[in-house]
Design a protein around this ligand. Structure first.
Ligand code: GLA
Length: 656
């Protein structure tokens, strides 16, 4: 078993996607000079090089890559080598139209962009395997090679005929018989009963609402098909280089793949992260993804891509103000990253991403972006000996599950205003603002190591997951569940009573009479000043709760908005941010989960990684932070006694 430490060897990997095929060879020499000057020790090559490596079917052109691999090695820069299978060459679609995916309306996704491959196409898979095999055979023994990067951001769907055939196979495997499928999908509704497997299709364009379990299974199937594409290539490179780790880069909190399941198949978990520099909660949304990636990795992880400046895919694309790139990069290290990499090294002059920043922007080496990249390289080198490989400890886990998201986030629900990622983000933000270090976990994971488990919303819970939550509380854990949790079983069938009976009993709820979703902007007042948003519930308590916070006024007047029975809490609304923060801070304190530091000024994040204390000022004004005792700041190489002032976007990495 290999891991990220086989690639980092005690360093923090620093660098990014390098697309030298877009540049004349003289530029390569300028590039390595600038890389060396900036402390870059890792580049990712070949992500989109398929048409260069295989210009015509079965022809190979490796000469340019040979020279690059050597050039990198000569300058002490390791190579993360990508299989180029995310963007097949034009000849592939032209000669083999069966490799092109179809959308749900039956339209073909043509070449001319990228990711125009059908995960189900046998031709695509065969050709992807062949180029992977040849790459692995040619470079497996190259001394520059440190890590394999399979494909890029697997994210495609396919509703076409070959995908339909594979979907039927997948369903046969899951259900065995059509009867079982009909039962699971509830096809008695709207005359959907299937009498022949050939009738079963992906959920293509339909007149009105689609069968929700069919949609759910299609999402499961899509994640599994893409995973098959990944593992097929992974197995090829592993055969050649069993000593080298393999990864594929996730998109942050991406709906299209069950990343818990995927992470089990990776040696290194990596993610691409692009918070909006103008988002007032950019730092927290970054922290959420960092916490989730660390939890999937169960240890150090890799920031495979971020932007040194603006991206080009938002409505308005803002650059990063001075210092922000450094701050967010060090935040990733604080939260467990052992690699800080970018898309991309040199900003393109042509193509769809020419207005996306690079580590070297259009302004070149004199540009502010590159100058800051250079400073960051020096910072990372200073902290690497102490930070790389060091673990984080969290007392709190937030539960998240893709299957629940897929089931809960469909049409035909009580409220379109409920957006799962937003609810998840709101709960994580409340914990982040309370400086509680938080892991994420799957609802069936072992939770016994956590003092507090938080379930923002798990609409779908398997029986095993319900058992797990009950056992956790029985074993002494504190559980807080948000609204619309435990509603459906694995087939998206509503549980009797509208919420799992054992969970109702756990929280002291006799009857869930109705859900009362709120309009956007509407609030539900509760006793003690708490106000709920988005949702409320008409709950009849069974009299066993130890504590309740009732709704005040309106139709639900006097009924419980929040219930606590022993160590189990149920919150039937989304409290406004400050109320949610205060509630979770109180519950966490009761559960013995401690914030990293008390009394921090607003906007200052504190994270402990190993023996290091990271302090990050997300504000534009300087702040002074009390840190009793004497420590050494690795970034400034000075001693810090009792207090430290952090400038705009300032960071300190303190070692005892
Ligand atoms: C993704 C891709 C990159 C690039 C960036 C732009 O992360 O993997 O190839 O397109 O987005 O932000």
């Amino acid at each position: 078993m290999t891991s990220l430490s086989d690639a980092t060897r005690g360093r923090i990997l620093y660098g990014g996607d390098y697309n030298p095929e877009q540049w004349p060879e003289e530029t390569w020499h300028e590039d390595v000079r600038l890389m060396t000057e900036a402390g870059v020790n890792s580049v990712t090559l070949g992500v989109f090089s398929w048409s260069k490596l295989e210009p015509r079917p079965d022809e190979r052109d490796f000469g340019w890559l040979d020279r690059l691999m050597d050039l990198m090695h000569d300058h002490g820069i390791g190579v993360v080598l990508a299989t180029p299978t995310a963007s097949p060459p034009p000849w592939m679609g032209h000669l083999y139209p069966d490799t092109l995916p179809r959308d749900e309306d039956g339209r073909t996704e043509w070449w001319g962009g990228r990711q125009h491959f059908s995960h189900s196409s046998a031709t695509y898979r065969r050709r992807a395997a062949a180029i992977t095999e040849d790459l692995a055979a040619r470079y497996g023994a190259h001394p520059a090679l440190t890590l394999w990067h399979i494909n890029n951001e697997y994210c495609t769907y396919d509703w076409g005929d070959e995908a339909a055939a594979r979907f039927r196979d997948w369903l046969r495997h899951r259900y065995g018989t059509l009867d079982a499928l009909n039962t699971a999908w509830g096809t008695a509704f709207w005359s959907q009963g299937y009498g022949d497997w050939a009738e079963v299709l992906p959920p293509r364009h339909a007149h009105y609402l689609k069968n929700p379990t069919q949609v759910l299974d299609f999402k499961r199937f899509t994640s599994d098909m893409l995973l098959e594409c990944y593992t097929a290539e992974r197995d090829i490179v592993r055969r050649h280089t069993p000593h080298l780790p393999v990864t594929t880069n996730f998109m942050p909190l991406w709906a299209g793949q069950d990343a818990w399941r995927w992470a089990e198949e990776e040696d290194v978990v990596s993610v691409d992260l692009y918070p909006d520099p103008r988002d007032p909660f950019g730092a927290q949304s970054g922290a959420l993804v960092q916490d989730m990636t660390r939890s999937q990795a169960r240890g150090p992880w890799m920031l495979m891509e971020q932007a040194a400046g603006p991206v080009n895919w938002r409505g308005v694309n803002h650059p990063k103000p001075r210092g922000l790139n450094r701050l967010w990069s060090l935040q990733a290290v604080a939260r467990g990253a052992d690699a800080v990499c970018y898309f991309q090294w040199r900003q393109s002059r042509q193509g769809a991403e020419k207005f996306h920043s690079g580590m070297v922007g259009h302004a070149g080496a004199r540009g502010r972006t590159y100058q800051e990249v250079k400073q960051l390289g020096a910072d990372l080198a200073r902290i690497a000996p102490h930070a790389a490989g060091a673990p984080l400890r969290a007392d709190v886990a937030v539960l998240h599950d893709w299957h629940s998201w897929w089931a809960g986030d469909q049409e035909g629900r009580p409220s379109r205003a409920v957006d799962y990622p937003q609810v998840l983000g709101a709960w994580h933000r409340a914990l982040w603002q309370s400086r509680l270090t938080t892991d994420f976990a799957h609802p069936e994971h072992d939770l016994s190591g956590y003092r507090l488990v938080v379930v923002p919303q798990l609409y779908l819970l398997t029986d095993t997951a319900v058992d797990n939550l009950l056992a956790y509380v029985l074993g002494g854990g504190t559980l807080v569940c948000g609204f619309l949790t435990g509603v459906a079983d694995e087939d998206d069938r509503v549980r009797p009573g509208g919420m799992d009976a054992r969970l109702r009993e756990l929280f002291g709820i006799r009857t869930l009479h109705e859900w009362w979703p709120l309009e956007p902007g509407e609030t539900a007042a509760c006793e003690g000043g708490l106000r709920g948003t988005l949702w409320s519930e008409e709950l009849e308590p069974d009299g066993t709760a130890d504590e309740t916070v009732p709704y005040k006024g309106g139709e639900l007047d006097g009924l419980p908005a929040v219930l606590r029975k022993g160590r189990a809490w149920y919150v039937s609304t989304l409290p406004e941010p400050e109320a949610l923060r205060a509630l979770l801070a109180r519950v966490a304190a009761g559960a013995g989960a401690r914030p990293v530091l008390d009394g921090l000024p607003d906007g200052v994040e504190a994270v402990r990684r190993g023996e290091l204390l990271f302090l990050l000022n997300h504000g534009r004004e300087p702040v002074t932070v009390d840190v009793p005792g004497t420590r050494h700041d690795l970034l400034t190489e000075t001693a810090v006694t009792d207090r430290i002032t952090l400038g705009r976007y300032g960071v300190a990495v303190l070692k005892p």
